[in-house]
Ligand binder design. Structure first.
Ligand SMILES: [Zn+2]
Length: 69
């Protein structure tokens, strides 16, 4: 999986619509980092956002004390 892309979609169970700001949780981020994935493409309600996984390594939420789940 080195340098691969992962596509992520968040769909709300209650409405069946795309999540407005879908994102990977901290546990999934760690697994994505450890898998060697390079980019995560996230489908949101209004389009797509492309995450460089390297940015998750440089800006670790846990180091800032943020808990996302
Ligand atoms: Zn997760």
């Amino acid at each position: 999986m080195i340098d691969s892309k992962l596509y992520l979609v968040g769909i709300r169970k209650d409405t069946g619509e795309y999540e407005e700001d879908a994102d990977a949780c901290q546990l999934c981020k760690k697994m994505i980092i450890n898998a060697g994935i390079k980019e995560v493409i996230i489908k949101n309600k209004d389009g797509y956002k492309i995450i460089q996984v390297e940015d998750w390594v440089k800006n670790d939420d846990l180091l800032d004390g943020k808990i996302t789940y």
